[in-house]
Ligand binder design. Structure first.
Ligand code: GLY
Length: 384
């Protein structure tokens, strides 16, 4: 079992990682000075009933009164309408300023629950209990919360939200054993991203560990899986701790580096694809699958811009493939359409794209306004 401190200017808190931790949720929250009268749980409908019951029992066991909202996670319903409904339910449950919201589930639910916590009575505490690999290694850590917006018929990812750090994160790796295979593999996309950034966070060996341990992780062996989760959270903690609000200048990289693969990925995730050209069930891709595809585009872009040598793309593609993630997107519209969608990215500045590319082993950098023709060529690598 590990404990990682997240130190940001707005808040310091602990992330606990280990198998079976849910049973200690109440006592760990108490020890972290979370002491509400009431707790409102915001629960992902995809979480098995026994996991939710374990969390609820642990919270009730320390004497807290519970109420609950359920959320069926989907990118379409990761919306202000759902947040409005949740705020009404939290208010209806009578939560006061000193009470607490507990999010149980994947990244869509924790992003919305955190946003609800940031807005309710101008801000209440929240505790995050991630139950997917993706939410453990990424969404639960660092305080980015929010929703998608629909603008002119198109989905703009995470376009409205707040930085609102949780008071505590409890990652019980036992919850990963029952996770759906596609969902589990999707989380590995963020792990590959962190491995490509490890040297920025004092873990240059994370890529070698990820490659060597992948078979064991895919078998969900508790030892390697726990180590993977913990080392990934440490990478994210180090990067977020240095640049909580993603304000570092492009030359410094900072938190923006965590967007590796995401500008390409968000476009792939939200674009209208021709599903008839892909195997059944391929579209819509999950967020993690889109990030994997986006990371491949970013790596090829790095090769084309010569920030890394030729051959890097083949290595990353092999790892993505071994992780059981897609390396091509049949039915993806042409690169012009993908690039057009990328221009909506919230990280663009002054109308110029800011993309993250690999720049060495475990290292990445920001490139601002790369040549259009080169970006189009980079997108081609995921078109079969
Ligand atoms: N998922 C990217 C970040 O938290 O900054």
């Amino acid at each position: 079992m590990g404990q990682i401190r997240i130190d940001t200017p707005s808040r310091s808190y602990a992330v606990h990682v280990g198998a079976g931790l849910l049973a200690d949720l109440g006592s760990l929250a108490r020890a972290a000075n979370v002491a509400p009268g009431r707790v409102h749980m915001i629960v992902d409908a995809g979480v098995p009933g026994e996991v939710v019951a374990r969390a609820a029992d642990a919270l009730a066991g320390v004497g807290w009164r519970l109420s609950r909202s359920n959320v069926v996670p989907s990118e379409a319903d990761k919306s202000l309408q759902t947040v409005h409904r949740l705020l009404q339910e939290v208010a209806g449950a009578g939560l006061e300023r000193s009470d607490v919201i507990v999010a149980v589930g994947g990244g869509i639910v924790s992003d919305m629950a955190g946003f609800v916590a940031s807005a309710y009575r101008r801000g209440v505490s929240w505790v995050c209990v991630p139950t997917t690999l993706l939410s453990m290694v990424d969404a639960s850590v660092g305080g980015k919360t929010g929703v998608n917006l629909r603008v002119g018929g198109q989905l703009y990812k995470n376009m409205a939200g707040a930085f609102w750090q949780p008071a505590l994160v409890i990652a019980d790796t036992e919850t990963l054993t029952s996770l759906d295979e596609r969902e589990f593999r999707s989380g590995l996309a963020e792990c590959i991203k962190h491995a490509m950034l490890g040297a920025h966070a004092g873990d240059a060996g994370l890529m070698a560990f990820t490659r060597a341990g992948l078979a064991d992780v895919l078998d969900r062996r508790p030892g390697p899986l726990g180590e993977l989760v913990e080392r990934n959270i440490r990478v994210k903690a180090a990067i977020v701790g240095d640049d909580e609000r993603e304000l570092a200048p492009s030359e410094a990289g900072g938190r923006a580096l965590l967007n590796l693969g995401h500008t390409f990925g968000h476009a792939i995730e939200t674009i209208d694809a021709d599903a008839s050209k892909a195997p059944s069930g391929f579209w819509p891709v999950t967020h993690g699958e889109a990030v994997a595809l986006g990371t491949l585009c970013a790596t090829r872009l790095g090769e084309l811009l010569k920030t890394v040598g030729e051959g890097t793309f083949d290595q990353v593609r092999a790892l993505v493939g071994h992780a059981g993630l897609p390396t091509t997107a049949p039915g993806l519209p042409g690169p012009e359409a993908v690039l057009e969608r990328m221009a909506h990215d919230k990280k663009a500045q002054g109308g110029k794209l800011r993309l993250i590319v690999p720049s060495g082993p475990g290292l990445c950098r920001v490139v601002v306004d790369p040549p259009r023709e080169v970006v189009l060529r980079a997108i081609e690598v995921v078109r079969p």
